[in-house]
Write a protein that binds this ligand. Structure first.
Ligand code: SF4
Length: 267
């Protein structure tokens, strides 16, 4: 347990470290540009170097604020509720900055994506968001189903016979008991259609780091918690999920008073 916790902390540290590295790099580059252009700008107008410098400084400060917001969101520091939505937005925007920094430093994209998911989960968790059971959508890829299983669960997961051959049966049972929507999907298009149809207030998705990262950004601004799948047989084949970790993610976001009940909450 403490090993898993340490692993998650390390994952989050990578994203935040890359954010800080990118801020330092941006500051140095901007200072260089400002220095080089100083004389040219001054020859046009004496105030231009200061004005140009102010614009560059504002960009650096905005990124600095973004990093501070993300760190505050991850650490659970008390910041006004108003800023939580903005933090989630900044996190999604800054992902591309981090990806760029990671490319320069030759850091594996998968590690960065896993780190992004860990940071995003922490930010959502620290928002203390609660949604009713029937406005929570759980999505998982088709590879979680045992490859030799003959039952068509992508049309209706209730076709699963809960034989214990894969983790789908346990998820169907959990969905039935708790009342959240549960779908097994074959791709991104179906995921988008399902989100449009269900109109959830939050999503919990089980997938690999790549699909979780693109999924979180696809469904933005709907908050989406990612649970990494387990791939003992390689990618996209007979995958698993840590059911205890999944239940913990659900319990952190679901309004306990609505478990197993239908509400008329459509907002
Ligand atoms: S648990 Fe359901 S989906 Fe998995 S192998 Fe059994 S019947 Fe198929």
């Amino acid at each position: 347990m403490s090993c898993a916790l340490g692993n998650i902390q390390a994952k989050k540290r990578l994203f935040i470290s890359l954010l800080i590295v990118s801020l330092i790099a941006l500051s140095v580059i901007f200072f260089g540009i400002w220095k080089i252009s100083y004389l040219g700008l001054q020859s046009i107008h004496e105030f231009l170097p200061a004005a140009f410098g102010a614009v560059l400084l504002v960009i650096v400060l905005l990124q600095g604020w973004g990093i501070f917001s993300v760190v505050a969101g991850v650490k659970g520091w008390k910041i006004p509720q108003l800023f939580y939505r903005q933090t989630y937005w900044l996190l999604n925007m800054l992902f591309y900055v981090v990806l760029g920094a990671g490319r320069v430093l030759r850091i594996d994209r998968r590690r960065i994506e896993a780190s992004f998911v860990a940071v995003s989960n922490a930010v959502i968790r620290n928002c203390h968001l609660k949604v009713t059971a029937d406005r929570l959508l759980v999505l998982t890829p088709h590879c979680l189903q045992l490859a030799s299983c003959p039952h068509k669960i992508t049309r209706d997961p209730n076709n699963c016979k809960r034989c214990g051959g894969c983790d789908v049966g346990a998820l169907v049972t959990m969905a039935e008991e708790m009342g959240f929507h549960f779908f097994v999907l074959t791709g991104g298009t179906l995921a988008r259609q399902t989100v449009k149809k269900i109109r959830p207030q939050a999503i919990v998705a089980i997938a690999c780091e790549r699909d979780l990262t693109s999924g979180i950004q696809d469904v933005y601004p709907i908050p989406s918690v990612g649970v990494m799948n387990i791939r003992p047989n390689g990618p996209c084949y007979n995958t698993h999920v840590d059911l205890a970790e999944f239940r913990e993610a659900i319990e952190a976001i679901i309004d306990k008073d609505t478990i197993g009940k239908k509400t008329d909450n459509k907002e």
